[in-house]
Design a binder for this molecule. Structure first.
Ligand SMILES: NC(=O)c1ccc[n+]([C@@H]2O[C@H](COP(=O)([O-])OP(=O)(O)OC[C@H]3O[C@@H](n4cnc5c(N)ncnc54)[C@H](O)[C@@H]3O)[C@@H](O)[C@H]2O)c1
Length: 267
């Protein structure tokens, strides 16, 4: 059996990953460690909470007394736990630095002591590259995070890299693009547009809504993570959409999905 620790496993991608791992890997024992912030919900794991190969631990990755022993007994750590919403990071960045940077540090320190650890998968994000005017980012591109969320993720990303380079912790870093799919908290773009449209309220757009986003289905992300083998991987999707296109895709939900610029960020 392989002991797999999933941090942030009650969130959007983490809960999809836990479910997918239990379904597809009979030899994995999965432990979910989650603080259950506003973004994490037990309900996201409702069908696997009592699974015989799954244990749920309610705790904070920053709390070394809780997270340390869990990392030390693991063969694989898949580290999703983070504060993740850009707008919240602009309003108040402190919790992002604490969880994304300090929390990752606590886990990496424990990883140095973990005798059977084969992989520490640092779930980073393509947002560490900042705004890209043309084409797509490459793994060798400079990191230019432009908001506290992406900066805190870039800090965790480089910290994880340094633990690989300095202490040979078996780190793999993944930088996926925007995910969509089931169990996503409705503050994020696609579920927000969908629920606003259902409730017949305006949808918020940045600028003129023509920034291009690259979308990846959450299960494609989970499959790619399971297969991740090298130090840094960028996962991109086949679909590139602009928010305004999404409005058309959501049109069948109602006739009120008109772009409503609420505020502009300097992208
Ligand atoms: N959603 C995306 O489009 C996307 C794209 C690329 C990368 N990522 C990365 O994937 C990871 C998961 O993203 P998501 O969208 O599922 O996030 P999410 O906000 O839905 O879930 C985050 C989870 O982490 C938990 N958490 C937060 N702070 C914690 C702490 N201190 N200790 C333990 N648990 C804590 C929350 O309770 C929640 O369950 C993040 O690291 C994010 O940066 C997300």
């Amino acid at each position: 059996m392989l002991d797999v620790l999933v941090t942030g496993g009650a969130g959007f991608i983490g809960s999809n990953f836990v479910r997918y791992a239990l379904e597809t890997r009979a030899e994995w024992r999965v432990t979910t460690l989650d603080k259950l912030t506003y973004a994490g919900r037990r309900e996201n794991l409702h069908d696997v909470m009592t699974h015989p190969r799954h244990q749920f631990v309610h705790g904070d990755i920053c709390d070394a007394a809780v997270s340390g022993p869990l990392v030390e007994r693991s063969n694989v750590v898949v580290h999703f736990a983070a504060e993740t919403h850009v707008d919240r990071s602009i309003a108040a960045a402190g919790e992002f630095i604490r969880t994304d940077v300090e929390g990752t540090f606590v886990l990496l320190e424990a990883a140095r002591r973990a005798p059977g650890l084969k992989r520490f998968i640092q779930i980073s994000t393509d947002e560490v590259y900042g705004s890209v005017t043309t084409g797509a980012s490459r793994e060798t591109d400079e990191l230019k995070p432009r908001n506290p969320y992406s900066a805190s993720k870039a800090g965790a990303d480089r910290l994880a890299y340094s633990y690989w380079a300095t202490y040979q912790v078996p780190v793999i870093i993944t930088r996926a693009s925007n995910n969509y799919g089931p169990y996503q908290f409705p503050e994020k773009l696609i579920p927000l547009f969908a629920t606003n449209a259902i409730d017949d309220v305006p949808v918020p757009l940045y600028g003129d809504g023509r920034n291009v986003r690259d979308w990846l289905h959450v299960l494609d992300h989970c499959r790619a993570n399971r297969a991740a083998k090298v130090e840094a991987l960028d996962f991109r999707a086949a679909v590139v959409a602009q928010p305004v296109d999404l409005l058309f895709a959501l049109d069948s939900l109602g006739d009120h999905a008109q772009p409503q610029p609420l505020r502009e960020l300097n992208h």
